[in-house]
Design a protein around this ligand. Structure first.
Ligand code: NAD
Ligand code: ZN
Length: 359
């Protein structure tokens, strides 16, 4: 069964979620307007799935010129250097304005390839083919693309909506456990910020999710995508409501930056960040300590960390938070929690409170 989530707005597109979608060459090729398709993937995903996608595209459209380009795996590939390299490859490939980029991989590939598609000839089509749970529930939807700088995550980027998203759940079978759990952190986020019933459902289905029960995972992905779609179609450029998706992320990005992108992965950092944000909310009287306990217990059960890694300097973390894109005029701005299913942006939090929330 293929689940569909439609994303409305000025350039609507469809998210398809199901087993085997990457072999549906006709569906994939239907989004290519010209003769060039560049499949961007990383060193882990390329040998597993890239040939299959290229062959499926080619079989559906024999006139298509397909190339596969492989980037190193990991966050460090989300760099300006790799971005420039992709643009040079598009040039060498002879990609014209009707070329299509297929981003086959996790959020790193999706963000980098999406940003290259956003900039090449001022914007060409991009189809997202997410292969991590995190990319399926979050990064492939909504059009945010970016690369990192040593000074901070996602500091250079563009909004560039995908033409389509195909989440082939069969690819999750090869995903390492740690990456599966990272994706579950973002799934929990949707329940936490806007759907108390979904948070209950995740608690009930935690074991099935960890055991990779196909139907349970597909349902979690579809429900998460429906939340993300509802938010991004109303607020595509993050002028308001979309900021709620950053619950836990101000803390998370500070941790990731301070660790030089080589410690906790994004989902793990988000798990820690959500617990810090919940603790901060309780300190400021918005949530109660019981909510924080419940959130931390669920994340722990899903195999996720909930404590700030030892040895990180709290003052350095707060300094990173001030450079976060969500910060305005150097003030500390957080998405805070009012308990299951409700969150809001709080624009000016005292540094002492943020420090105390680090635990
Ligand atoms: P990732 O892309 O690094 O993938 C995680 C690891 O899993 C990598 O080693 C990758 O090679 C491997 N992998 C991917 N699919 C696999 C598969 N099917 N089988 C085996 N191995 C596989 O990390 P991620 O967690 O997917 O994405 C994190 C990135 O996404 C971060 O850079 C984050 O900033 C970004 N992000 C962006 C948005 C957005 O809206 N654009 C939202 C959330 C996160
Ligand atoms: Zn995230």
């Amino acid at each position: 069964m293929t689940r569909i989530v439609d994303v409305g707005g000025h350039a609507p597109y469809r998210i398809a979620i199901g087993d085997g979608l990457l072999s549906d060459g006709a569906a994939l090729a239907s989004h290519v307007r010209g003769r060039h398709a560049m499949i961007v993937s990383d060193a882990h995903v390329t040998p597993l799935y890239a040939r299959g996608v290229a062959d499926a595209l080619q079989a559906a459209n024999p006139g298509l010129r397909c190339m596969v380009t492989c980037i190193p795996a990991g966050e460090s590939a989300k760099s300006l250097d790799r971005f420039a390299e992709l643009l040079r490859e598009l040039a060498d490939f002879g990609a014209t304005r009707d070329a299509c980029v297929f981003a086959l991989g996790g959020g790193v590939v999706g963000d980098l390839a999406g940003f290259a598609a956003a900039c090449w000839m001022r914007g060409i089509d991009c189809v997202q083919l997410p292969t991590t749970l995190l990319a399926m529930v979050d990064s492939s939807v909504g059009g945010k693309t970016a690369v990192d700088l040593p000074q901070g995550k996602n500091l250079v980027g563009a909004f560039h909506l995908p033409r389509a998203v195909f989440a082939d759940t069969a690819t999750l079978r090869t995903l390492p456990d740690r990456e599966l759990r990272a994706g579950l952190a973002e799934v929990v986020k949707y329940g936490a910020i806007r759907d108390a019933a979904f948070l209950d459902w995740i608690e009930t289905h935690a074991d099935a999710l960890l055991a990779r029960d196909a139907d349970t995972l597909a349902e979690a992905i579809a429900r998460s995508c429906a939340h993300k779609a509802a938010i991004v179609e109303r607020d595509p450029f993050e002028r308001g409501e979309r900021a709620l998706l950053n619950f836990g992320h101000t803390f998370a990005h500070a941790i990731e930056t301070e660790q030089g992108y080589g410690g906790l992965n994004h989902g793990e950092a988000v798990a820690v960040g959500m617990v810090c944000a919940a603790r901060l909310s309780a300190r400021l009287g918005m949530a109660v300590a019981d909510d924080t306990q419940r959130l931390a217990a669920l994340l722990r059960r899903l195999g996720l960390p909930v404590d700030v890694p030892a040895g990180l300097d709290p003052a350095a973390l707060v300094a990173h938070m001030r450079l976060d894109k969500k910060a305005i005029a150097g003030r500390l701005r957080f998405v805070l929690w009012s308990g299951a299913g409700a969150a809001q942006v709080v624009p000016d939090v005292a540094e002492a409170e943020a420090l105390a929330a680090l635990g």
